[in-house]
Design a protein around this ligand. Sequence first.
Ligand code: ADP
Length: 595
Amino acid sequence: MNFIGQSLSRKITSACLAVFLLGFLTTGILLFVRLGRSLAAEQRSQLVSENHLWAKTLETLLRDKGSAEKIQVLLEQLGGDYPYRVTVISKEGAVLADSRHKAAELSTLQSYGERPEVASALKGRAALSTPQGFSILEGTLYSAEPVAANGQISGVVRLALPLETLHSRMAAIRDPLLTGFALAAMLVALAGFGLGKSLTAKLRRLALTARQVAGGDLRRKALIETEDELRTLGESLNHLASSLRQRILEAEGEKQKLTAILENIGEGILAVDAELKVVAANASLERILNLRRQEIIGRNLLEVLFDYKIHAMLLEAVRDRQASTRELQWAGPPVRTLNVSAAGIQDPASVVAGVLVLTDMTQIRKLENLRRDFVANVSHELKTPLTSIHGFIETLLGGALNDRAQSEHFLRLMGEDTARLSRLIQDILELSKIESGQALLNQTPLNLQRESQKAVEKLRPALEQKKVTIENKISAEIPAVLADRDKLAQIFLNLLDNAIKFNRPGGTIILHAEKTGGFVRVSIEDSGPGISPADLPRVFERFYRSDRARARESGGTGLGLAIVKHLVEAHGGEVGCRSELGKGSCFHITLKTSE
Ligand code: ADP
């Protein structure tokens, strides 16, 4: 920019000087030529009239004999100031007198009769001889006129004027003119330089503003301090910047809206170009497919998803500019059930040629499966005691009713089945209440030793029946936990009930508690057969029983541990189990302390 600025300033200065020079030279030359011509003409006419005067003066003088000496004396008296050389020539062409020669020298001079102007004058015609060549200011101007008396030519008087005098007169005009010109040229150069400087300074400021605007500083305004075209330029620049800013703000607003929608939408969105290279993806896509956006942008869809079906869907959609939807299994990791919508963009000029919208159906399908399993399990669990009751009723109606002892036996068995049915229904209701969030927890600080002991006492008959001894090691020092009293009782009852049920006769149960961070971890350890590693991760699932026949025999519903898990999690804690086949199991729960 500096270079352009300096060069512009130089150009203006040079242009001013060139115009001035051209103008001056043209005017100067024309003026000088004219002046020279008019001066020369003036000199000529003066010469002719002076010559004429001399011819008149010499008319009488030249008639007398011996007048030549007198004329010579007269001419010698003219002095150096007289501009003309006066030569008097006899009618034979000999020089009689000359103002630039002494009398003695005259005889040495050649005849002047051959000189054109003299020859013409000798023939009776006054003549003027101008110097040959281009210059009108060099050489000598001659004028000759016959000196006649009584119609007889007695001689010729010739006047010579060296044109140097004209030259010096011209110089006298030219020199001050040149000095004035030099001064004016300097002033013009200075003015041009100043003008260029101020212009380039303004232009430089405008260019700087333009650069800052182009660099993104759209609040920058050009300072308008002139009233010329630069003002219009500055105003246009300011207008450009403000409308650009307006447009950018609008575009940014639109972009923000779009980004907010895309980033907060639950569906994963992925846009590709015509070559099926990823150009954009949203946060949900990262979450669903466990990918990082930065790593997939610019890569081919197949390379990113490793799924030919999705790739083929989008390829077709882009090619046909149509949309299609289907649900499929994505191999992952992680494995996902996806509802895939592939759409081709209609606008061929768009950078985005196709869009994939992925809805994660994994959880929905899983829940659907769970519900289906649950219904199947519930039906199965209900069917078994009902079939049994139905059988007993048939038997009774078939005649057993008359046998009192048999009737009593069957009715007792039916009683057990109905009790089981009622337990099952109670557990299902309890579980669905917890799951639906309807089970309101009235959390208060509870003493674990006291609450656990209450549950132990309730189960005393079962313990005694199975000859299982229980050791409650939960100390009174253990901090109180924040829990719902009834729910905590249910947790203890379910866990202790299992520890008794699945214990060996004469076995032991140890209750233990310790504080870990803001939680208390309670463990119930039994000396039962333990749980196989294959069953261990599933014991908290609904209706899961490791040994179905035995568990059902024990009167279990398969929902006890599921209820424990849900209740503990509703309290903000967690459950777990550690077990070794043949040695026993240790279930644990954590509960928040009340502090
Ligand atoms: P159930 O009503 O059958 O006891 P649970 O949900 O309480 O149902 O238990 C699920 C299964 O976990 C049981 O059927 C049993 O196989 C296993 N289980 C639970 N507690 C123990 C334990 N203390 N020792 C061994 N197995 C157990």
